[in-house]
Write a protein that binds this ligand. Structure first.
Ligand code: SF4
Length: 253
């Protein structure tokens, strides 16, 4: 067993070395070029140290308010430098349904609230269409600080922030989770498939049901037939969510 574990670690290191080699522009190796290999190994070690420094111990946190206090002063990744506000999330902390988006945008950063502005308005409408009010659910995102120019969050930023989201899920304990968008869906489910293949079905996540659909901002990006097609698919996902939400509520009451 120990030997197998050792081999697995060597293979993992090799994969990292090849990946970092590509990042710094290496396309092939000369077997005598040991200095380049040493450089790459030191890069891999630095990356590992960076990842370790970005981890946070949340095992003593038992209340959502204590978690909020920790997150609002968090500087684990570089996104802390550019934020106006941390966007922790809002809604009913006892809800059976949790919504998870990608990251705060400009409006969210200014107000400190999730899903405001145009995509927030659309989300509120989408929920109302299935008889759910915003204040009935808890809404948050994978990343709590705004990435510059609303760019997609980087892997290291997701790794740093994910423990906060997982702790929110643990404390709120929702029976149902709606992932909005590709980043949220892939991060939570640990899958690499495109959202078009993840949506339209339920996944089990430690006894919770997870369903994925398009992010409202993505639905707003297109017009014409493309938008109609995407909205139709999103509507299908929402109806699945509604049936499950009502079933769980009925059984709980
Ligand atoms: S994005 Fe998350 S990990 Fe990065 S500084 Fe903000 S709260 Fe901390």
């Amino acid at each position: 067993m120990e030997r197998q574990r050792h081999i697995r670690e060597i293979l993992k290191d090799l994969r990292n070395i090849i990946s970092h080699s590509r990042d710094i522009g290496v396309r092939y190796y000369c077997k005598n070029d040991l200095s380049k290999v040493a450089e790459i190994i030191s890069l891999v070690k630095a990356k590992r140290a960076e990842k370790k420094a970005c981890s946070v111990n949340l095992s003593n946190i038992k209340e959502l308010s204590s978690l909020y206090e920790l997150v609002r002063s968090c500087t684990l990744c570089k996104l802390a430098n550019g934020r106006k506000n941390v966007v922790f999330g809002e809604g009913d902390p006892n809800s059976i349904l949790m919504l998870i988006g990608e990251a705060p945008g400009r409006e969210e950063d200014i107000t400190g609230r999730p899903f405001v502005g145009k995509s927030g308005e659309l989300l509120t409408k989408m929920l109302r269409a299935i008889n759910i009010e915003r204040n009935e659910v808890f809404i948050t995102s994978v990343i709590k600080c705004r990435p510059p120019s609303n760019r997609t969050p980087k892997g290291q930023e997701i790794d740093s922030c994910l423990p906060y989201l997982l702790k929110q899920i643990e404390l709120i304990d929702p029976r149902l989770i709606l992932c909005l968008g590709s980043i949220s869906s892939k991060t939570l489910l640990g899958k690499e498939e495109p959202l078009s293949r993840l949506r339209g079905k339920f996944f089990d996540l430690n006894g919770r049901k997870v369903i994925c659909t398009y992010h409202p901002a993505y639905l707003l990006r297109f017009g014409g037939a493309k938008q109609i097609g995407l909205k139709k698919e999103a509507w299908h996902d929402l109806q699945m969510l509604q049936r499950e939400y009502e079933r769980i509520k009925r059984n709980r009451d």
